[in-house]
Design a protein around this ligand. Structure first.
Ligand SMILES: [Ca+2]
Length: 177
């Protein structure tokens, strides 16, 4: 995935994976998103949105979540209404975390993971996490507000190898190649 998409206003981020084989600990992936302030876009996130933490203004919504990957189609879906996001935010980073509470697991141990990012029906990015087999979490999208106030989308999957508990705090500092 390369290239920057400009003029993004509302995007859907969808994640799918298959359940663990019978008898093995369940596989739980989580979508997380965090806005960063214009005053310090690479510092600490202003807040973090995930399955049990909503965005205070409703601009980032987790529409669907799953703890096991059961069911058809996409298991977790998040909507970002960047056009409604307060001007004090200039950057949004989105990541995926593999929960480690039942077993240590990296993307190589997740069955058929898949990612799709769309604006309307236009697919902006797709990925199968094949480039980050040893990662426990990954940054999957970055959105930045440009000088004219419009949002740009920077695609690319960047793996995170440490304890995913620290991922949401650190994901804003993961630099792209
Ligand atoms: Ca989940």
């Amino acid at each position: 995935m390369t290239g920057v998409n400009k003029g993004i206003d509302k995007v859907e981020i969808a994640l799918r994976w298959d359940p663990s084989p019978t008898g093995q600990p369940s596989t739980d992936l989580d979508l997380v998103a965090a806005p960063y302030p214009a005053s310090d876009p690479h510092g600490d996130p202003s807040y973090v949105v995930h399955f049990d933490s909503r965005s205070p203004d409703g601009t980032i919504t987790l529409n669907r979540d799953s703890r096991d990957g059961l069911g058809f189609g996409f298991d977790e879906v998040m909507t970002l209404e960047l056009n409604r996001l307060d001007p004090r935010y200039a950057r949004v980073v989105v990541g995926v975390v593999i929960q480690q509470h039942q077993a240590r697991r990296t993307f190589s141990g997740v069955a058929h993971p898949g990612l799709r990012i769309r604006q309307g029906y236009t697919v902006l990015a797709e990925d199968d996490f094949g480039g980050v087999p040893g990662a426990t979490a990954a940054v999957i999208a970055e959105f930045t507000r440009n000088d004219s106030g419009a949002w740009d989308f920077h695609p690319g999957v960047e793996g995170f190898l440490d304890d995913p508990v620290t991922f949401t705090r650190a994901m804003g500092t993961i630099r792209r190649a």
